[in-house]
Write a protein that binds this ligand. Structure first.
Ligand code: ADP
Ligand code: ASP
Ligand code: MG
Length: 452
């Protein structure tokens, strides 16, 4: 069997859902399990509604709920106009939006929101889209069955970024999903959402539907995992920043993983790990161009000096210096313990004899951590930086590629430079404002000026 995951733009409206149905129809012989995101833009809208309601703007929250309800019901009408299921699906989807409206009322009275309620709201997009897509497939003659992802995707209770419990997921997937496939049916489930062992709705973090697909694929030892999106695969750079970015036919797991973690939004950063464990290839395809080659992510893709570049914006650099570090073997341990104690995760690290520089997200809660770090050494904070990653499994062995990177950056100020521990990622910290320009210059030097 295979897992086919469709992102928001592949299930944005009736027209794209019909196209998705045709893609799935073309793969029936490979026994697909379908994972879908919320309709495009819906998760953002839901989070906006939660914020409005909890800030007491009840009327505007309710009118946004109404808009979302109407959008979904219009797609039900368009997709199920000749289906006997139309009324049933209309009421199932209405129930979700009734629940949302009641939650908004409660939140606006309370005036605050918990991570748990936020997940209950954020997960509604996938609950609705998966019901709609399953019914739309049936209306087109595909024997689809809706599966409530919360029965399968068992997680801990870390709302907003729940940790999947892989053993429980495997047991549930074998009990609930696999038998449907064996019966020749196409299970359709929402990505991104799960439930804690006591049944409370959780989410896997933004963009988490890719991760859901990969977890189900690993649980059922699928033959491949397909991520259907709106571009021709993994590209040499973010096409919104670098218009000339090109599709990559094959890429190594470690490279794809590094790119996802350092800003290539096309994949959720955790997607690769479950697939790597079992060596399941991951494909990225364009649902607007279903005949395209796509990108294959595997162990055996060729090694290249530079495979792609990515940027992670909104980064802060923290530098901790102590003149006494030479005589203090515990210095680094103490510094990293403090990050751990304050649950702040670190991206890039560079050390010298007397100081250590690390990068964290601009949104990381730093106040208390900074106080603690100041007990250890002198601390400076540089905001509005960005990490540029030049990823290639052969980069460490190619001095001329590294030279080309530095030359292409020209006069731009470099704040940190590091070759990652795995030696496949050259990370460079720049001013955030320099990113678009620097990415285009790097892309031109690394992918466009190359003479074969
Ligand atoms: P989906 O809704 O299908 O999950 P996303 O918006 O999460 O889609 O991811 C796809 C988008 O990722 C693309 O439209 C593209 O703009 C962006 N992107 C960023 N970096 C890359 C890259 N290196 N390759 C491909 N797409 C990228
Ligand atoms: N709908 C969720 C989001 O927008 C999950 C996903 O699309 O992968 O973050
Ligand atoms: Mg995505």
């Amino acid at each position: 069997m295979i897992i086919s995951k469709f992102g928001g733009t592949s299930v944005a409206d009736a027209a794209t859902i019909v196209r998705t149905a045709e893609i799935v129809r073309g793969r029936l012989a490979r026994r697909p399990i379908v994972v879908v995101s919320a309709l495009a833009g819906v998760t953002n809208a839901l989070l906006g509604i939660a914020r409005q309601a909890s800030e007491g703007h009840f009327i505007s929250a309710v009118s946004s709920v109404q808009e979302l309800r109407e959008r979904h019901l219009a797609e039900v009408d368009a997709l199920l106009q000749h289906s006997s299921e139309r009324d049933e699906v209309t009421s199932e989807i209405s129930v979700i939006f009734d629940e949302l409206a009641s939650l908004c009322e409660a939140l606006s009275v309370l005036g605050f929101i918990t991570a748990r309620s936020l997940d209950a709201i954020a997960g509604m997009g996938e609950r609705a889209s998966s019901m709609l897509v399953a019914a739309a497939f049936r209306a087109r003659g595909i024997d689809a069955v809706h599966v409530d992802a919360r029965k399968v995707m068992i997680t801990d209770a870390s709302f907003g970024a729940a940790e999947p419990q892989t053993e429980s997921i495997a047991v549930a997937a074998r009990a609930i999903v696999a038998p449907l496939v064996q019966d020749g049916k196409v299970p359709v489930m929402g990505g991104y959402i799960g439930a804690s062992t006591d049944g409370i709705t959780t989410t896997l973090g933004r963009g988490g539907s890719d991760y859901s697909a990969s977890l189900i694929g690993a649980a059922l030892q699928a033959e491949s995992i397909e991520i259907w999106t709106d571009v021709d695969g993994m590209l040499t750079a973010d096409p919104r920043v670098v218009p000339g970015a090109r599709p990559i036919e094959q890429i190594r797991f470690d490279e794809a993983s590094e790119l996802a973690s350092f800003g290539a939004k096309v994949l959720h950063p955790a997607t690769i790990a479950p697939a790597v464990r079992l060596g399941i290839p991951v494909w990225i395809y364009n649902s607007r161009n279903p005949g395209g080659h796509g990108t294959r992510i595997t162990f055996d893709a060729p090694r290249r000096s530079v495979t792609a570049i990515a940027a992670k914006r909104d980064t802060t650099i923290l530098r901790v210096a102590t003149g006494r570090m030479l005589f203090q073997p515990g210095f680094l341990r103490r510094v990293f313990e403090l990050f751990d104690e304050h649950s702040v995760s670190v991206d890039v690290v560079a050390t010298s004899e007397v100081s250590v520089s690390v990068t964290v997200d601009d949104t990381a809660p730093l106040d208390v951590l900074l106080g603690a770090l100041r007990q250890v050494g002198d601390v400076s904070v540089e905001r509005r930086r960005a990490i540029i990653s030049v990823v290639g499994s052969g980069i460490a062995d190619d001095a001329s590629a590294m030279g080309a990177v530095l030359r292409a950056l020209g006069h731009r100020r470099i704040h940190m430079l590091s070759l990652s521990a795995s030696a496949i990622n050259l990370t460079i910290l720049l001013d955030d404002a320099d990113v678009p320009d620097a990415m285009r210059a790097l892309h031109a030097a690394l992918f466009e000026d190359v003479t074969p």
